[in-house]
Ligand binder design. Sequence first.
Ligand code: SF4
Ligand SMILES: [Zn+2]
Length: 114
Amino acid sequence: MSKPVDCPYYFADYFRGRDVEKCRLIERNPENRRPWHRSLCNSCPVPGILKRSTCRHLALEGSVERKLGILDRVSVFAVCTEHIDELRDPTRCPACEAEAAKERAAQEQAATKL
Ligand code: SF4
Ligand SMILES: [Zn+2]
């Protein structure tokens, strides 16, 4: 049994001798061609992206890609589903950030009127 992974896409079932581990992000990508294995979680950017992203409507697609001809890594494609924008940096969504800034400004304005 390996250490659990702090990621919402990680699934493990060891109940009654079962030994199943899965990545639900990779699993649901029909375009993925390489097998997933638990050690990919160690270098996977997804948990960090989910914690830090400024996008409020983030959708991720993950695949296993071979880097430098030897290393398998999880590669991520990120989209803001509200603004239909591909995010080059999945931790930052300029459209959602602008929206949040507008909301903050409106709240501050409302607070000064109280
Ligand atoms: S590979 Fe990445 S997305 Fe998949 S379970 Fe591991 S940490 Fe989560
Ligand atoms: Zn967004």
